[in-house]
Write a protein that binds this ligand. Structure first.
Ligand SMILES: [Zn+2]
Length: 470
């Protein structure tokens, strides 16, 4: 039945263009909110199959560069910091349509690639959630109209689910429930099926596809396991039908889970998303340097910007001398096909401090340390500065301090990080850096919500910045 739900109408203009030379198709398969360690736990069959049987590279210290989906996918697709006015004006996508974004699938299209973008959950789409969306269809094939048409069906399902859940304990939050199916078919299967149709339609032709799954893991990390077999079947089909011979497959996530109870393990999981890459055999044979570098780079500190630089290499069929990607005259990302430096800090890799998991952290005694009251006060103040613009919201006050930790300032090699994540965990202060860095978890009232923040304090014990981490 799922065959009838979606259909790919072949784009005739791009249907005469065959892969040649060192040109490869690109298949990006993305999962929202899945860390590398989650993939090992919940997609164990899939990652075992693609790593052990198909030889995928498994990036153990691949780090995110922004908080949620949008800034990470913008970094991936444009190589820029989403909310940096000098790089991408805030108005693009928030006041004017997202059509103005320099998304890399446009570059692939200009080079004769047929393009496809599919993302489930239309209300939460990357370019729609608090954003303006596209006026013109962004890619040759685009699944959004299908999901919009399916939305009334989804609302009905949610209502049914709501009625069922009324009989469940009060602790179950009905609003957090998301239907993972359309009718009796998994949404993941529907998108995989659409992707299969797309790949079949353009066999041996240059294609760039970006298929993104939001619903399966965004709110709840426990459902991912349900699609493990479906993903294995998909990868087996890719192999058996010969698509892995001319396609670079990137199996990735934007970030890890962003909500949970254990904030410190969550911080690690959140910052270290899944990244597995499959290269065609011909590419590895013709350019052994690429396979050698990828083998090493799996254990080095890498970021979303490096993956962007890699896409640029594929676009330019630049495998002999993989190049880095610059914004202005500053290096932004180094291709994963090239030599990622062994000694590399988060700052070198353009990973903002508050997402960097290479810091060594030392617990602080929250009753005796004199900085703790200042820190908690600064966090509450920061939250209230956001709430002040909403008169219906009560201002918050401190309920309790849960955990405060101090981050190392000096250049050190973090053996713990190295042991568990295979990364070289160096922390390098900036020249002018005289800050002390802290992370803190506090609870506020009313509501008893927990907030996690990173705080910089100068040598005179003034709070310089406090950033809330979601
Ligand atoms: Zn996300």
């Amino acid at each position: 039945m799922d065959e009838f739900l979606t259909r790919v109408e072949v784009n005739k203009r791009k249907h005469e263009n065959y892969l040649n030379g060192d040109k490869y198709s690109v298949l990006m398969l993305g999962l929202d909110s899945v860390s590398r360690s989650m993939s090992k736990r919940s997609l164990s069959k899939t990652v075992k199959y693609i790593i052990e049987d198909l030889g995928a590279f498994d990036f153990k210290a691949y780090m995110k560069v922004g908080d949620n989906t949008y800034p990470n996918l913008i970094a991936l697709l444009t190589g820029k910091f989403a909310y940096d006015e000098s790089e991408l004006p805030w108005s693009v996508c928030t006041q004017i349509p997202c059509d103005h974004l320099p998304l890399i699938w446009k570059n692939f299209s200009q080079k004769g690639y047929v393009t496809m973008y599919a993302e489930d959950r239309p209300s939460l789409n990357t370019f729609v959630h608090f954003k303006n969306g596209f006026v013109n269809q962004p890619t040759d094939h685009y699944l959004r109209p299908f999901w919009l048409a399916a939305e009334p069906e989804q609302k009905l399902e949610k209502q049914i689910l709501h009625n069922v859940m009324e009989h469940m304990p009060a602790a179950v939050n009905v609003n957090k429930l998301v239907s993972k199916c359309l009718g009796n078919i998994s949404k993941v299967v529907i998108q995989l099926n659409y992707l299969q149709q797309f790949i079949r339609s353009y066999k041996r032709m240059p294609s760039f596809s970006f298929t993104y799954f939001t619903d399966i893991a965004h709110e709840n990390i426990n459902d991912l396991n349900a699609v493990d077999d479906d993903l294995v079947s998909f990868f087996k089909w890719l192999k058996d039908d010969g698509h892995l011979d001319d396609t670079i497959v990137i199996f990735f996530a934007d970030h890890g889970p962003r909500a949970g109870q254990n904030v410190h393990s969550l911080r690690m999981e959140n910052s270290l998303p899944l990244l597995n890459i499959l290269l065609p055999k011909t590419l590895k044979e013709k350019f052994p340097n690429v396979a050698i570098n990828m083998e090493e780079n799996q254990r080095r500190l890498t970021s979303t910007f490096d993956l962007h630089a890699t896409l640029r290499n594929i676009l330019d069929a630049d495998y002999e001398h993989p190049s880095s990607f610059k914004v202005g005259n500053k290096e932004r990302g180094t291709s994963l096909f090239g030599d990622i430096p062994r000694k590399r800090s988060c700052s070198d890799a353009n990973i903002p401090d508050h997402y960097c998991v290479c810091y060594r952290v030392t617990p602080v005694n929250s009753t005796s340390d004199t900085m703790v009251p200042k820190i908690s006060e600064a966090i509450v103040e920061k939250i209230n500065s956001y709430l002040k613009s909403s008169p219906d919201c009560a201002l918050l006050s401190l309920s309790k301090i849960i955990d405060v930790r101090k981050m190392s300032e000096a250049l050190t090699l973090d053996h713990v990080v190295r042991k568990y994540f295979w990364s070289i965990g160096y922390v390098i202060p900036q020249d002018s850096d005289t800050f002390s860095r802290y992370t803190a978890v506090i609870e506020t009232k009313p509501g008893l919500a927990q907030f996690y923040a990173s705080i910089n304090i100068d040598s005179k014990e003034n709070i310089v910045t406090s950033i809330l981490l979601l």
